[in-house]
Design a protein around this ligand. Structure first.
Ligand code: ZN
Length: 606
């Protein structure tokens, strides 16, 4: 059964490209969703409300396994001193509430070098992924066995010595709290600065200074405290003083109000480097750390054994009889597919089915319909939550990484990367059937990458690329393949510098040894890559399209209006940028309105 959904392409394009940076002649001065957000915020949750509102917030979905909000033991603050007492109390409350959690932590770091024309550009990159135990010591388990130890020891050596926990990597993930052990008045001085809105949330801003001789590695910087329950929602600064031969970097750490009463750490941006004339210090990088999967189960073995299950759809289509050999083969593949998808979701690597999949599935559908592809089972899509640029397929499910969706410039490019996996499915290149045996699903979350893999042999890769180009040429995207060619050129231009971003962990890489091979036939298509042309946007920065809810891992498309590119340095293809989430309170969710489609961005999407 097919739907002629490709008629909707124009509408889809708007939502897919809404987050894209596009050269537009006029730029709206305010965030378009500001008005909607203000209206949607219930008056009852305004300032002055009691600290806990269990009945109002408890009815919200999702809070099922969330820690219950704990009312403050302190009176409603009337002075700034009392506010300080309150947010110190709340910070310790947060540490306690999250102490049983083991979220996923991902850090993607780009070393920078100066390009006279483009400014600081990536010269190399590093990738870390693991689970963080937020108990007393903040421990970590790594998903990647060959983490970049050189980079870690250079940056994080101080952390090892100082906290003597077996905490190798990511000083980055340590920065979720200002001070894990001694965040109090005897170690710190607090100075009230001003009030300030972060998104929809009014905050009180405080500078935080460690007291003299209060020890090494103390937080130094600024905190933003929301003005209803007095939780810290943002930390910005560094740690000081650093132990010998080590280095604390600067960080900007953001929290989101995803569960009642708590603001959970979600994003950390770090940046070092000074490119002004005469500076000799060569240390220069920028890094994004994302935390998600707070709601994941702790992955201990006993737990897993009881959890293996396959959510099968009740078969009401066939008469009661044994499966034919072909049906049996398909059942078997479906079982494997379901196992893998379920296991990856449980490891915190795959988003649950959601909004983004609807967009992906529409694009896949456009390719299927125009190519008369009629598969026995519908093709499904899922979002891999990680940054490295990768796609793979298992059974009839196409998986595409968050990072790849982020950097794709338009819907045609999205169709191109999906078409390669669709081609594998159409050609019957099924790899996953061994995962129909449930014993193969019995592994710890952090060894996922050792136990699952979906890499095709070169012959299948070549065949899939060839088929993909055929599919694209017959599709509504046939006229837009120049953009795909441009994207591939942009990727090629950065491929040696962005080795970590191009290193896949489950599927085939888009290229090898600094050479992009995926959809090679399209790479000569389109205009030459020209960094000086402002209206040539070949690839986008990371983080512009897909937003992950760090509590339940749901993925959604970012809804922001395009911002005008005013210099070639604004293009930042494949690059890491600071975070600036629009903060809002739990339960005051802005209605999932359509993307702010304005007259200025809808034509450009066509
Ligand atoms: Zn492939």
């Amino acid at each position: 059964m097919r739907n002629w959904k490709w008629m909707f392409t124009a509408a889809l394009l708007v939502s897919v490209s809404a987050a894209a940076q596009q050269p537009v002649s006029s730029q709206p001065s305010t965030q378009p969703d500001a008005a909607a957000a203000t209206v949607a915020t219930p008056a009852a949750s305004d300032a002055g409300a009691p600290a806990a509102q269990p009945s109002a917030t408890g009815s919200q979905a999702q809070a099922g396994t969330a820690p219950a909000p704990t009312p403050s033991a302190l009176p409603q603050p009337t002075t700034m001193d009392q506010v300080v007492d309150r947010f110190i109390e709340r910070e310790h409350g947060l540490m306690k509430a999250l102490s049983t959690r083991t979220p996923v932590v991902e850090t993607y770091l780009q070393n920078l070098s100066a390009d006279p024309q483009l400014g600081p550009v990536p010269s190399a990159d590093h990738y870390f992924l693991g689970r963080m135990d937020m108990g007393e010591s903040i421990d970590r388990k790594d998903y990647l066995k060959q983490q970049d130890k050189g980079m870690e020891s250079r940056l994080m050596g101080g952390f090892n010595k100082l906290f003597k926990v077996q905490y190798q990597p990511l000083g980055f993930s340590w920065m979720v709290y200002a001070d894990r052990s001694d965040f109090d008045r005897s170690h710190y001085d607090f100075h009230y600065i001003r009030r300030e809105f972060l998104g929809d949330v009014r905050c009180l801003v405080f500078d935080v200074q460690p007291k003299k001789n209060s020890g090494k590695g103390r937080f130094q910087g600024r905190v933003w405290v929301e003005d209803q329950e007095y939780n810290i929602v943002r930390l910005n600064g560094t740690y000081a003083p650093a132990p010998k031969n080590s280095f604390f970097f600067h960080m900007d750490s953001w929290r989101l109000n995803l569960i009642p009463g708590y603001w959970v750490p979600a994003y950390i941006y770090s940046e070092e480097g000074d490119f002004s004339a005469g500076v000799k210090n060569k240390m220069a990088f920028k890094a994004q750390t994302r935390i998600w999967g707070y709601d994941l189960k702790k992955g201990d073995k006993d737990d897993e054994l009881t959890q293996i299950r396959v959510d099968s759809v009740k078969d009401d289509s066939q008469a009661a009889q044994d499966a034919s050999p072909l049906q049996a083969e398909r059942e078997w593949q479906q079982q494997a597919e379901d196992n893998v998808i379920e296991r990856l979701t449980r490891a915190g690597l795959l988003a649950p089915e959601g909004d983004v999949d609807h967009i992906l599935q529409t694009v896949v559908n456009n390719l299927e319909v125009t190519n008369n592809i009629d598969l026995p089972r519908p093709v499904r899509t899922r979002v891999l939550l990680t940054a490295p640029l990768e796609t793979f397929s298992v059974g009839n499910t196409i998986v595409i990484s968050r990072g790849l969706i982020d950097v794709l410039p338009d819907e045609a490019s999205l169709a191109a990367v999906l078409s390669h996996e669709l081609a594998h499915i159409v050609l019957g290149h099924n790899l996953g059937s061994k995962y129909a045996f449930n014993d193969r699903m019995l592994f710890s979350d952090d060894s996922t990458y050792n136990n699952l893999g979906f890499r095709h042999i070169p012959e299948e890769e070549t065949a899939a690329d060839k088929k993909a180009v055929d599919l694209l040429n017959n599709s509504p995207y046939a006229q837009k393949l120049d953009n795909v060619g441009l994207f591939l050129k942009a990727l090629q231009a950065r491929s040696t510098q962005l080795n970590a971003l191009l290193t896949t962990h489950l599927g085939n890489s888009l290229g090898e040894n600094g050479s992009i091979t995926r959809l090679n036939a399209l790479s000569t298509q389109g205009p030459a890559l020209d960094n000086t042309k402002l209206d040539q946007v070949a690839a986008l920065p990371l983080g512009g399209r897909v937003k992950i809810n760090p509590w339940d891992d749901k993925a959604e498309m970012v809804k922001t209006a395009p911002v005008a590119i005013t210099s070639v340095r604004d293009k930042m293809p494949f690059e890491v940028t600071p975070f600036f989430p629009r903060l809002s309170r739990y339960g005051s969710a802005v209605a999932p309105a359509a993307a702010p489609t304005t007259a200025s961005n809808s034509p450009s999407g066509n």
